[in-house]
Design a protein around this ligand. Structure first.
Ligand code: 4NP
Length: 158
């Protein structure tokens, strides 16, 4: 199985989800069975490490994301990955530009619509232009979603 997280810049939300899911999978002994990646729809930060604020917030919760490097979504992603999980609705809209015209294996979904506990919250807000609390909100929302995703993967791989 393989999971792709997608946001705009691939330097805040999706790399945070990437590092978080890797750790949770390892804790459940699933790290050999599931591969995790992240990408952005924008091209501004390709090759860059995650934003320092995301690195610090993730590290404080035990998630290592410093070694991740940003990449842009590519057409092959929609056939390669079992899950393509977007942070917000604009990511889904922006991904259409990259999707092959024919049938794809995996349609992108909003991570919180699929794996969130509070169905009234459907998007992980972009923290880039805000303050520190935005980075904590991102991690809070992703913790629940990644826990629910791990449970599903565990069942599917049992
Ligand atoms: P992300 O956050 O999509 O969570 O990585 C952003 C990072 C950079 C920009 C926007 C959002 N930017 O405009 O450069």
């Amino acid at each position: 199985m393989n999971v792709l997280f997608v946001c705009l810049g691939n330097i805040c939300r999706s790399p945070s989800a990437d590092g978080m899911l890797r750790k949770k999978l390892a804790e459940h002994g699933l790290d050999e069975k599931v591969t995790v990646d992240s990408a952005g729809t924008g091209d501004w930060h390709i090759g860059k490490a995650p934003d320092q604020r995301s690195q610090a917030a993730a590290a404080a919760r035990g998630y290592a994301i410093s070694n991740l490097r940003a990449r842009q979504v590519v057409a092959e992603d929609f056939d390669k990955f079992d899950y393509v999980l977007a942070m917000d609705k604009s990511n889904i809209e922006n991904m259409k530009e990259f999707m092959p015209s024919g049938k794809v294996r995996t349609q992108p979904e909003l991570i919180l619509e699929r794996f969130g506990n509070d169905k009234s919250i459907t998007e992980v807000p972009d923290p880039y232009y805000g303050g520190e609390e935005g980075f904590q909100t991102v991690l809070d929302l992703l913790e629940t979603a990644c826990d629910n995703l791990v449970l599903e993967l565990k069942q599917k791989l049992a």
